[in-house]
Design a protein around this ligand. Structure first.
Ligand SMILES: [Zn+2]
Length: 259
């Protein structure tokens, strides 16, 4: 047993963890859904040595929080992932599994009390490790095409109102250029550059290829949830531009190109 990092969490240790890689500290909070029928089943699985998976916390539908791995240690939740060019996301993150059966099992709404607990937990983790709002991420952000959790029903807006995560009001812009699968242009390259600057794992090819579709979908699933279709319409691009505009990044030229 260990003392919980979050004071009101209960503790159920998982054997599935190791040390964080050399000198890496938590900079990311990574949010998941469990994607299993019951929270109890998910908790058992994450603590089962045969599963080879774990996370730091699980948040149940009733708001109860259970810590399974100490924040100082490396839990096994991200899998093959990339953000800002870094691939050992487990060494750089604190992982939270939010109980929800997921898209394969009806994908119910997240209960309010569960979200209240997620918010309190994220605030605690962010304070303990000085985690920046723009690094509160979805599993789908770091593993596009492979993962869709916690999905487009996850209430990022409610979290943002409570000071958790990075969000702007989604744009409704309709005028301007729409980029989609098969397009090849400087504009596509600029879009890829913007997505890459924000953190997504994408190559600058100038071609709107299958990977670009998948990354645009991942972006929409988090930041423009009303339509997740992999098409970079003017509202999607403008939402991305607004997000980047709030960060201290070298953007001028990149942003100018897709006007
Ligand atoms: Zn996940």
């Amino acid at each position: 047993m260990f003392a919980p990092d979050q004071s009101d969490a209960s503790v159920r240790p998982s054997p599935n963890f190791g040390p964080r890689a050399k000198g890496l500290n938590p900079e990311i909070i990574l949010l998941h859904y469990t994607g299993m029928e019951t929270g109890r089943g998910a908790e058992d699985w994450l603590c089962n040595p045969e599963s080879g998976v774990s996370c730091h916390y699980i948040v149940h539908e009733d708001g109860g929080v259970v810590q399974m791995v100490r924040e100082a240690d490396r839990a096994w939740h991200a899998g093959k992932s990339v953000w800002r060019g870094e691939t050992d996301i487990n060494s750089q993150s604190v992982g939270i599994e939010i109980v929800n059966p997921g898209h394969g099992l009806g994908y119910p709404d997240f209960p309010k009390r569960q979200i209240r607990s997620v918010i309190a937990l994220c605030r605690g983790i962010a304070a303990r490790h000085a985690i920046r709002p723009a690094l509160v991420l979805a599993h789908s952000d770091v593993a596009p095409g492979r993962k869709v959790d916690p999905g487009e029903k996850f209430p990022w807006t409610v979290l943002a109102r409570a000071g958790v995560g990075h969000l702007v009001a989604p744009s409704r812009r309709r005028t301007g250029i729409t980029l989609r699968a098969g397009d090849a242009s400087e504009c596509v390259a600029a879009l890829q550059r913007m997505l890459g600057l924000y953190g997504y794992g994408i190559e600058i090819t100038g071609i709107f290829d299958a990977r670009t579709v998948i990354v645009v979908e991942a972006f929409q699933r988090h930041f423009r949830r009303s339509r997740v279709d992999g098409v970079a319409d003017p509202a999607t691009v403008e939402t991305l531009r607004r997000l980047l505009g709030t960060l201290p990044l070298p953007l001028g030229k990149v942003q100018a190109k897709i006007r």
